[in-house]
Design a protein around this ligand. Structure first.
Ligand code: IMP
Ligand code: MG
Length: 195
């Protein structure tokens, strides 16, 4: 890259984080900016480190929504751990939970005897997690806990407590930092509310 090309590229970087070249016109406001998220993720890493003194810890990320949160979170956990993922599908392209939870990818890792930390982007109705907890409990892990970046506190179907919560989220449709609307906006470095 030449100096001129570099200058051109930097002039394309949006000065305003809500720049419509990046977002279209759909984003209403930033709910959690990147510094706020980073600070909270650091605290959560410390909470998780303190909560698991010994035993095998398997951090199990729910794809796709948790991919950025999980990547940041595991780097703040100061103990040995393994990482795997699972894919459950429930929403399709809408903004309302359909209630159909399907396991599309099942982790290869054995769960028996391990401490499972299920990492989720956001708890809404709680249907996805309550189905998964039931399914994974049958594999005899030592423990299962939930870690969610965001929690709307409207879940009526989730009877398992969410042990680690990043933020108590407003009851709005949120995107960014892994969360999508119809697969858009996952790459935003902050969490924003959709119009
Ligand atoms: P639940 O089963 O209704 O709790 O839905 C959980 C899943 O729905 C999350 O893992 C998200 O993928 C998606 N979801 C729920 N609320 C939102 C939101 O506000 N923005 C983006 N995705 C959401
Ligand atoms: Mg999703």
């Amino acid at each position: 890259m030449t100096a001129d090309q570099r200058a051109d590229a930097s002039s394309l970087a949006p000065a305003d984080p809500l720049d419509s070249r990046l977002l279209g016109r759909a984003v209403k406001r930033i709910a959690y900016d990147r510094e706020t998220i980073a600070r909270r993720v650091r605290e959560m890493g410390a909470e998780i480190t303190a909560a698991y003194p010994d035993g095998d810890l398997l951090v199990l990320g729910l794809l796709k929504g948790s991919f950025i949160f999980l990547a940041d979170l595991v780097r703040e956990i100061q103990r040995p751990l393994h990482v795997d993922f699972l894919v459950a599908s429930s929403y399709g392209a809408g903004t309302v939970s359909s209630g159909n939870v399907r396991l599309v990818y099942d982790p290869e890792t054995k769960l028996e005897g391990k401490h499972i930390l299920l990492v989720e982007d956001i708890v809404d109705t709680g249907r996805t997690l309550s189905t998964l907890i039931e399914l994974l409990s049958a594999r005899n892990p030592a423990s299962i806990e939930i870690c969610a970046l965001l929690h709307k506190h409207i879940a009526t179907e989730l009877h398992h407590p969410t042990k680690f919560i990043g933020f108590d989220a407003p009851n709005e449709f949120l995107v960014g930092y892994g969360l999508d609307h119809a697969e858009n906006f996952r790459h935003l470095p902050y969490v924003a509310s959709l119009q």
